[in-house]
Design a protein around this ligand. Structure first.
Ligand code: FDA
Length: 391
């Protein structure tokens, strides 16, 4: 079979590309349904983009690489597409847009766009062999026990990263990139909970509070969640993308910095109450009770027993809690894979490999990783569109 474009992977980026590439396009995926990560994303409601999306929300060895694609297909373009399909949505927080109904509406929208473009989709299909004869890619595909030889002028790598192997994630994009001489940067699990020594936070599991968390160049004002295994919640997921083994993270448990003044004021009115009771007016009670263990603080006595210097020292400690995670939960639960196909080998405008005619890489397979909050899907849409326009 001769086609114009073979797209490997019917995820967010691959479907977007197929819907706009033109010519004879075939998308293959080894899964039994397209867009499985879209389906489970955002708790089933798909955080499909972010109102504030810009290049500063992405990590990459080359932070400028994502600019062109993001500028040429913006969050407003995707919102326009969603609106044209009559999908209701709302902003939840921090510019994050979710479907009112179900993430399945986004998948149905992409399928409809693919059908309109005449793109074919083969599910439960795998790539058995791939070569290039100088002009065309020659692929052997396996589908329902039968083998099909397909030749295509363009090959688009859209098989995502390694996150959540249980959902069918594989490193095939990296293998194919290497096969054609494209370098691949080191990959790591990103947007993933931190783990700590067994049981360290077990007593606090389920407690959540707003914090400011920082590590390296990453600094986020979002919620922290204590779990049986360690620390999670948006603030920790965000930080994990900036964290390296054995590094310390810093957590500010009083992110608006108002605690000292509040405690001073309370000292007048309710100084006879226990210090932990008064702290629990601003922090979750279980956390306030655990502070002596967690931070080595002495919270014995009443609030009135604390002079200004003691309260200042206490609040300073709460604003600078340093701890070193044992690790992360890894690809098993990571929302994304950091690193990937080296952007140096790709043209930023078209996502085309500089040295291999007709080879494109898009979406999470590329070394561009967004923050939590709809940024990764926006990269999938924008990079898929950039390749489609060039094809
Ligand atoms: P994606 O992973 O979507 O698609 C790759 C496709 O390739 C899959 O269909 C897979 O089956 C197929 N494939 C892989 N290997 C293959 C092989 N060897 N042969 C054939 N096919 C193969 N982002 C966001 O912006 N907002 C959100 O709300 C969320 N929420 C979220 C929740 C969870 C639980 C996860 C795991 C991830 C998110 N994300 C997210 C991240 C987002 O899902 C991710 O960045 C995009 O899906 C990446 O799109 P791609 O098309 O690049 O890969």
């Amino acid at each position: 079979m001769q086609i114009d474009t073979l797209i490997l992977g019917a995820g967010a980026a691959g479907m977007m590309c197929a819907a706009h590439a033109g010519g004879r396009t075939l998308v293959i995926d080894h899964a039994k349904a397209p867009g499985e990560k879209i389906r489970i994303s955002g708790g089933g409601r798909c955080n499909f983009t972010n109102l504030h999306c810009g290049p500063e929300n992405f990590l990459s060895a080359n932070p400028h690489f994502c600019k062109s694609a993001l500028a040429r297909y913006t969050q407003w373009d995707f919102i326009d597409l969603v609106d044209r399909h009559g999908i209701a949505w709302r902003e939840k927080t921090l510019g994050q847009l979710f479907c009112d109904g179900s993430a399945r509406e986004i998948i149905a929208m992409l399928r409809a766009e693919m059908e309109r473009a005449g793109a074919d989709l083969w599910l439960r299909t795998s790539l058995a062999d791939l070569s290039h004869d100088g002009a065309r890619f020659i692929a052997t595909l396996e589908r329902e026990g039968a083998r099909h030889r397909v030749t295509a002028r363009n090959l688009v790598l859209a098989t995502g990263g390694k996150s959540i192997p249980k959902m069918g994630a594989t490193g095939i994009a990296y293998d194919i990139a290497r096969q054609f001489g494209l370098p691949v940067t080191e990959t790591r699990a990103g947007l993933v909970p931190f783990t700590f020594a067994q049981g360290r936070f077990a007593a606090l599991a389920g407690v959540s509070l707003p914090v400011r968390a920082s590590c390296g160049a990453g600094r986020f004002d979002e919620a922290l969640l204590f779990t049986h295994r360690g620390l999670s919640g948006p603030a920790m997921l965000q930080l994990s993308s900036y964290w390296r083994e054995s590094e310390e993270i810093a957590i500010d448990l009083d992110p608006d910095g108002a605690l000292l003044e509040r405690l001073r004021a309370q000292r007048g009115a309710s100084g006879g109450h226990r210090l932990t009771t008064e702290l629990a007016r601003h922090l979750p009670a279980r956390l306030a009770a655990a502070l002596p263990d967690l931070l080595g603080l002495s919270l014995a006595g009443n609030l009135a027993d604390q002079g200004d210097a003691a309260l200042t020292a206490l609040c300073a400690r709460l604003r600078d809690w340093r701890l070193t995670p044992a690790g992360t939960e890894g690809y098993r639960t990571a929302e994304v894979t950091l690193g990937g196909i080296d952007t140096g080998a790709l043209d930023a405008r078209s996502l085309r490999a500089r040295a291999v005619p007709g080879l494109y890489a898009i979406g999470e397979a590329v070394d561009v990783t967004g923050w939590l909050g709809g940024y990764n899907f926006q990269w999938a849409w924008a990079s898929g569109m950039a390749a489609a326009r060039a094809i």
